[in-house]
Design a protein around this ligand. Structure first.
Ligand SMILES: C[S@@+](CC[C@H](N)C(=O)[O-])C[C@H]1O[C@@H](n2cnc3c(N)ncnc32)[C@H](O)[C@@H]1O
Length: 435
């Protein structure tokens, strides 16, 4: 079946912008029936790119439309946005972009809108310079981020907020973690060179490799056999920070989809036990699929980590990894839909949940043991301030300094900002339980 890629992308976009669905849910379902790999890639490019630049494109569209479209025509509005995305951001022949985008209205059974789409896009072509200049003076359009997030970044990172916003709009690197139980990083880099896949080691993590271009995982040597996993460099820091030793009991409290669970097991195969908990059954399944590809195993528990009475066997843990649910403001370059889906008012609820999880985990940690708290957020409220509040209230908790050549030292813990050292935005704090 031939499916119009632009119409398909418009439907994905309208699910995100109007129905609040995430891109990682909407996109795979939409491209399932597309057999042509190039068409699938085009739907992905248009969906990600339009969301990445949504606030800029929306400001342009408001200038170009005489009156707003009705809610029932959200798909037509998305056709217009992705049309503008192609003209504003992609190096593609403009005539093709306009004609194909107009065609998408037919595929959507909205023939009435073809004249409108044609007129708006041609109008943009005629006045692109004025349009670009006009939106450059509005911060929301200029940085392509919602106002609340720009303001929070300005307040939390007065010297770096602009760099963070720019990094959030860049395309993310494609990074791998090699399984050192199978081979060394140098050996794997050689294998990639043999296949003419340009790659180099990542700094700060001895398991990390960055490829110059993203590729489908099944063409990567040894993927099915568990030689490598796709994982950002920042996420690869967690296993090292845990200072794992043979015989330890380890808890991974918010574990799905299991990227860090697997890395822990690869790093220290002689652990006494690794328990991985996640509240979502569907996501827990992802851990078991990932571990099975890597021939690893853990004690998997579906449950609320904070409801410890439901699943804890009463024996303390030497190490607890608490990779809490968070605003994900450090990984916007990978998930640009976060800019639309996350609201300012969500943050207080997340901060409460994170504190609840911290407090619930604390009695499970052995004396002298270590809890590693981490988030993929760049907001102080979820990170340094959160740990400050916890340490203030928990008198038998002491922070362990993180001596590292990456990231920024905060009042508590350490923060990597998006794009620094080719990594995602991530926060880490190590806390020990004193006698
Ligand atoms: C940031 S993700 C974890 C990523 C994971 N550590 C990895 O490296 O692949 C946060 C996870 O916490 C889970 N979660 C949220 N609330 C939870 C709770 N109360 N108890 C256990 N898991 C929870 C979510 O389902 C989600 O999978």
């Amino acid at each position: 079946m031939t499916i119009d890629a632009r119409a398909c992308a418009a439907l994905v976009l309208s699910q995100v912008t109007s129905d609040g669905r995430s891109l990682s849910e909407a996109l795979p379902a939409a491209v399932q029936a597309i057999t042509d790999a190039r068409q699938r890639a085009l739907v992905q490019e248009l969906s990600y790119g339009t969301l990445r630049w949504y606030y800029r494109l929306d400001a342009m569209l408001q200038r170009l439309l005489k009156k707003p479209l009705k809610q029932r025509d959200a798909d037509v509005r998305c056709v217009l946005l992705l049309g503008l995305y192609q003209l504003d951001q992609l190096a593609m022949p403009q005539r093709v972009a306009v004609n194909e985008t107009v065609q998408a209205t037919h595929a959507l059974n909205k023939q009435w809108a073809s004249g409108l789409v044609n007129a708006v896009l041609r109008n943009y072509q005629r006045q692109s310079a004025q349009c670009q200049e006009a939106v450059a003076v509005e911060p929301v359009a200029r940085f392509a981020h919602p106002a609340w997030l720009i303001e929070r970044l300005q307040s939390d990172w007065p010297d770096d907020w602009e760099t963070v916003l720019t990094a959030n709009n860049a395309r993310p690197p494609f990074s791998l973690r090699i399984n050192r139980q199978c081979m060394t990083r140098a050996e794997y880099l050689e294998k990639l060179t043999e296949l003419s896949l340009e790659a180099r080691p990542l700094a700060h993590v001895d398991t990390g490799i960055r490829l110059d271009r993203p590729v489908p995982v099944d063409i990567l040597p040894g993927f099915a056999d568990g030689y490598i996993s796709v994982q950002d460099g920042a996420a690869q820091l967690a296993a090292g920070l845990l200072d794992l030793q043979p015989g330890q009991r380890v808890l991974d409290a918010c574990a799905a989809p299991g990227g860090k669970t697997a890395h822990i097991l690869e790093s220290e195969p002689a652990l006494a036990e690794l328990t991985a908990v996640d509240v979502e059954a569907r996501r827990l399944l992802r851990i078991s699929e990932n571990l099975s590809r890597l021939s690893l195993s853990a004690n998997l528990v579906q449950g609320d980590a904070a409801a410890t009475a439901d699943w804890w066997d009463g024996q303390s843990y030497d190490r607890i990894l608490l990779d809490v649910p968070c605003s994900a403001t450090g990984v916007i370059r990978r998930h640009p839909d976060i800019k639309l889906l996350r609201r300012a008012e969500d943050i207080a609820g997340l901060v409460r949940l994170q504190m609840q999880l911290l407090q619930a985990m604390w009695p499970l940690l052995s004396s002298g043991g270590m809890l590693l708290y981490c988030t993929c957020s760049v907001l102080a409220d979820e990170n340094s301030d959160q740990i400050g509040r916890f340490l203030e209230a928990q008198k038998d908790a002491a922070e362990l300094p993180i001596a590292a050549g990456w990231g920024h030292e905060c009042l508590h813990g350490r923060q990597i900002l998006p794009g620094e050292n080719e990594m995602d935005g991530f926060y880490f704090a190590c806390i020990t339980r004193t006698a």
